[in-house]
Design a binder for this molecule. Structure first.
Ligand code: ADP
Ligand code: ZN
Ligand code: ZN
Length: 725
C-alpha cells in the first residue's frame, strides 16, 4: 500500500553552533508543519526550544529521532527568499543557519510559550474633545470610542468591543481623521499628503531619474550627497514612486534617535501605513511590526540595524541612510553588517538598494569608482549656501581651560550674540578621562579591565566605561599616599560646566549617554534646540549623525588628536567622516557656517588633504594607499577574537592557531595581538588578524579553524569584515 503523502523526518534549524539542522520525527497526531514556521522540540537532556522548519525527508542518518513537540505556526513566518537570505548570510558570517535566524527573530517569536502577538493599543491624538465633537457630529459611534479612549486609553480594540463589535474598524477611521493613533508604530497617514512643492535641484533630478530607471531590478546606488544637498527629498520621492506600484520600502538609519525625524519627514508625504522598528519598542510591538510588514499592511518601515531581517510581503527597495556609519555592524554575537546584508537581500529578491551618505565608506566608494555601484552625486546645497569655513586652531598656543580656549569662547560669544546656536563636539563623556597622582604618576585604572577610570563629577565617583564598575574617589594616592591626586583631561561634563560658568544666561544642552538616557530625554533636548533660542549644544558621537539643527552656525571640535596615534588603518577614514559630518551641521540655514578645530597638530597633512581637496579626493588618495599596503577594500579581513581569564592559556591557544595557518599561502596571519581593550571584566582579550587577497581562501581557512579548534574551554569568535580592532 502507498504511504500517505506525509514526511517522517523534519529538519529543524536551531540556535546551536554545531549543526546546520537537527532531524526530528513527525508524530502521528501532528499535521505537517510549514517550511519557515516555528516548532517546539527537545534539545539535549530536557530542554525545550524553538526551531524553524527547513525541510522534510523520508529518512535520517540518525536512529531514534525525538518527536516534534508542537507546531507554533500554521503559516510560515519566513518565506523561501527569507530562508535563502539566512542561508547565504550564515555561510558568509560563518555561523550556523540557526544561529543566523535566531539573531534575526524578534524576542517574542523566540519564546517557547506560544502566546499570540499582543494586539495593538490605540490612543487618542493631541486633539481636543471640542475638535473631536465638532468633527464627529455625524459619527456618534466614533465619538463614543474617542471619548472612551480619552478617559481610559490606550486600549486594544478588543477591550473596546463592548462599545462596538467593529471597534477595530472605528479606531482606524479615527486614525484617518488624525483623532486616534495606534501605539507608536502604525500611523494611518494623510488622505492628502503634504507637498512642499520643491523644484528639484539639477543633481536631485538626475539622481531621481536614475533611481526610477533602475527601480525594478537589483542594483546598488550610492547616493553621495553633501550635507544639505537634499538626499531625504530624493528618498521620499523614490518611496512615493515605489508605493504607486504597491511596493513596500525598508529604510535603515544608524540609531534610534534618528527614527522619529525620518519617520515624520516621510509620513507627512505619503498616503499609507508606516512603522518604526528598533530596540526601544516592546517585544510585542516589534513582533507586530514583523507581522504587519509580512502581511503587507505596512508600506514603509524605518528601522535600525536589526530591521534588515524584517520579512515583507512585497519589498521594493532598501534605503540605507548614512551608510558609512559603523553602527550598521553588529559588534557582538553574530557580527553581521546590515548594509552588506541589504545588498545581499537586494540581489536575492531582485530589487534596488540605495546607500546614502555625505561621507561614503571607502568600501562603497571603491565599488562606485569601479562601476559596480551606480554613483549618484549631489554636490550643491538646496539653499545654495556655501560650505562652512574651517579654522585649525593651535591648541598649544591657545591653551584651553575646561576644554575651550579663550579664542574659541569669544567666537562662541559672537555667534550667540547674533542669535545663533553653537555645537561643541567632543567624543568623551564624563568630567575627565583620567585621575593621576602628581607625585608618583599613579593612574586610576579599573581592576577588571585594561582601562583608565573616568571621573564623573555629578556622581562624585570614578567609572569604568568598559564594564561600568564604579569606584569611590580616593582621598590619598593608593600608590604613595600623597594628597596630590588630580583629574586630567576633559569630557563633556567638564566642557558643559565651563560653558555654563562663562555663559550663565544661555542654555547649555548636553547630548551624551549620561545626559540622555531615554528617548524622552532625547526628545526634550531636541525640542529645546529646535525652539530656536541661542544655546550651546555639547555632544558626543551621538550628535555627529544626521541630526538637522537649522540654526547652528558654529561647530567647535575638541580633541580628535588621538586618531593620529591609532593603530587602526581605518582611523583616518573615520576621522575624515566625523569631521565632514560635524562640520556639515554648521550653516544650514541662512548664515555661513564656521568650524573651529582645536588641535595640537594644525599642520598635519591629514587636515590639508581633507579640507583643501574635499572628502572625495581625500578618499581616493587614501584608497591608493590602501591598495599599496594591501588592506581592504583591496583585500579581505577577518579577526579571530578570543578571551579567557588566563592570559598565557589564551596566548598558547592562539599560537596553536597561528601554527595551523602557517602553511596557508593565501592568507596572512598577524598576531596574537592584544585587543583594543586588552582586558574586560577580568577576561583577557587577544586576537588574530587574517588578511587575504581572495575571500574564498579566507572563508575556507576559517571553516577549517572552526573544525579544528572547537575546544570549548576557550571562548572565541570570528568577525568577518571587522570595523574595529
Ligand atoms: P541632506 O540629507 O542631504 O543633508 P536634507 O535632505 O536634509 O539634506 O535637505 C536639506 C533641506 O533642504 C531640507 O530642509 C529639505 O526640506 C530642503 N530641500 C530638499 N530639496 C529641496 C529643493 N529641491 N528645494 C528646496 N529645498 C529643498
Ligand atoms: Zn602617588
Ligand atoms: Zn572595567
Amino acid at each position: 500500500m502507498q504511504k500517505p503523502n506525509r514526511p517522517d523526518v523534519v529538519q529543524v534549524a536551531l540556535k546551536i553552533p554545531f549543526a546546520q539542522h537537527l532531524d526530528y520525527q513527525l508524530p502521528e497526531h501532528l499535521s505537517t508543519p510549514p517550511v519557515g514556521g516555528r516548532v517546539l522540540v527537545n534539545l539535549g537532556k530536557n530542554k525545550t526550544v524553538v526551531g524553524i522548519v527547513l525541510s522534510f525527508s523520508d529518512h535520517s542518518s540518525f536512529s531514534k529521532l525525538k518527536p516534534i513537540q508542537a507546531i507554533l505556526d500554521e503559516q510560515a513566518i519566513l518565506n523561501e527568499a527569507d530562508l535563502t537570505l539566512f542561508k547565504q548570510a550564515s555561510k558568509y558570517y560563518q555561523v550556523t543557519l540557526g544561529e543566523m535566524i535566531f539573531t534575526a527573530l524578534p524576542a517574542w517569536l523566540k519564546k517557547t510559550a506560544n502566546k499570540p502577538i499582543p494586539l495593538q493599543k490605540w490612543w487618542r491624538t493631541k486633539s481636543t474633545l471640542e475638535q473631536a465633537t465638532e468633527r464627529l457630529q455625524a459619527a456618534p459611534k466614533q465619538l463614543e470610542i474617542y471619548q472612551y479612549l480619552l478617559l481610559h486609553g490606550p486600549l486594544t480594540s478588543q477591550s473596546l468591543s463592548h462599545i462596538s463589535s467593529s471597534a477595530s474598524q472605528i479606531c482606524k477611521q479615527l486614525a484617518e481623521k488624525n483623532l486616534a493613533q495606534a501605539e507608536e508604530l502604525c500611523l494611518l497617514a494623510n488622505e492628502a499628503p503634504y507637498d512642499p512643492g520643491f523644484q528639484l535641484t539639477a543633481d536631485q533630478d538626475a539622481a531621481l531619474k536614475q533611481l526610477k530607471q533602475a527601480h525594478d531590478k537589483f542594483n546598488v546606488m550610492l547616493l553621495d550627497g553633501i550635507t544639505g544637498s537634499g538626499k531625504t527629498e530624493v528618498y521620499i520621492q523614490f518611496i512615493q514612486n515605489l508605493m504607486l506600484e504597491n511596493k513596500q520600502v525598508l529604510v535603515l538609519v544608524p540609531e534610534i534617535g534618528l527614527t522619529p525625524q525620518l519617520f515624520q519627514e516621510i509620513s507627512q508625504r505619503i498616503k499609507g501605513q508606516m512603522a518604526v522598528l528598533h530596540s526601544g519598542l516592546s517585544d510585542g510591538a516589534r513582533a507586530r511590526v514583523w507581522h504587519h510588514a509580512k502581511t503587507g499592511l505596512i508600506d514603509v518601515v524605518v528601522a535600525t540595524r536589526s530591521g534588515i531581517f524584517t520579512p515583507f510581503k512585497n519589498l521594493g527597495a532598501i534605503l540605507i541612510d548614512e551608510e558609512h556609519d559603523l553602527s550598521y555592524k553588529q559588534q557582538d554575537g553574530t557580527r553581521y553588517s546590515a548594509r552588506d546584508l541589504a545588498v545581499l537581500r537586494g540581489k536575492i529578491n531582485d530589487f534596488p538598494v540605495i546607500l546614502g551618505s555625505a561621507t561614503p565608506s571607502f568600501e562603497s566608494l571603491n565599488h562606485a569608482i569601479g562601476g559596480k555601484y551606480k554613483w549618484l552625486k549631489l554636490r550643491s546645497r538646496t539653499n545654495n549656501n556655501p560650505m562652512p569655513s574651517i579654522t585649525l586652531q593651535n591648541a598649544l598656543n591657545n591653551k584651553p581651560s575646561k576644554g575651550l580656549s579663550l579664542k574659541t569662547l569669544h567666537k562662541i560669544e559672537s555667534h550667540l550674540a547674533n542669535g545663533n546656536q553653537v555645537l561643541v563636539f567632543l567624543n568623551r563623556r564624563g568630567w575627565s578621562p583620567k585621575l593621576i597622582c602628581n607625585e608618583c604618576s599613579w593612574i586610576g585604572t579599573c581592576d577588571d579591565c585594561d582601562a583608565y577610570l573616568t571621573y564623573h563629577k555629578h556622581l562624585n565617583l570614578l567609572k569604568c566605561h568598559h564594564c561600568d564598575r564604579r569606584y569611590t574617589l580616593p582621598e590619598f594616592c593608593p600608590g604613595c599616599g600623597s594628597q596630590h591626586v588630580e583629574t586630567l583631561g576633559v569630557g563633556t561634563e567638564k566642557i558643559a560646566d565651563g560653558l555654563s560658568q562663562h555663559f550663565s544666561d544661555t542654555p547649555i544642552i548636553r547630548f551624551d549617554r549620561d545626559a540622555v538616557k531615554t528617548p524622552k530625554h532625547w526628545q526634550n533636548n531636541l525640542e529645546a534646540v529646535r525652539s530656536g533660542n541661542p544655546c550651546v549644544i555639547v555632544g558626543t558621537q551621538m550628535l555627529s549623525k544626521g541630526h538637522d539643527f537649522p540654526l547652528l552656525s558654529l561647530v567647535v571640535v575638541v580633541n580628535v588628536d588621538n586618531s593620529f596615534f591609532s593603530s587602526d588603518f581605518r582611523a583616518t577614514e573615520y576621522l575624515a567622516q566625523l569631521l565632514t559630518q560635524v562640520s556639515g551641521r554648521a550653516g544650514r540655514a541662512d548664515t555661513k557656517g564656521e568650524v573651529i578645530i582645536q588641535t595640537q597638530f594644525p599642520d598635519h597633512a591629514f587636515f590639508h588633504a581633507l579640507f583643501d581637496q574635499g572628502y572625495e579626493s581625500f578618499a581616493k588618495s587614501q584608497l591608493t594607499e590602501r591598495q599599496e599596503m594591501q588592506f581592504p577594500p583591496y583585500t579581505y579581513l577577518a579577526i579571530i577574537r578570543a578571551q579567557h581569564r588566563d592570559a598565557s592559556l589564551l596566548d598558547h591557544f592562539l599560537n596553536d592557531m597561528v601554527v595551523f595557518c602557517e602553511n596557508n599561502e593565501q592568507v596572512s596571519v598577524l598576531g596574537p595581538l592584544p585587543a583594543l581593550v586588552a582586558k574586560k571584566q577580568k577576561l583577557h582579550r587577544m586576537q588574530l588578524i587574517l588578511n587575504a587577497n581572495q575571500r574564498k581562501a579566507l572563508h575556507l581557512l576559517i571553516y577549517q579553524l572552526k573544525k579544528q579548534f572547537n575546544d570549548k574551554s576557550i571562548q572565541w569568535f570570528v568577525d568577518i569584515d571587522p570595523v574595529s580592532f
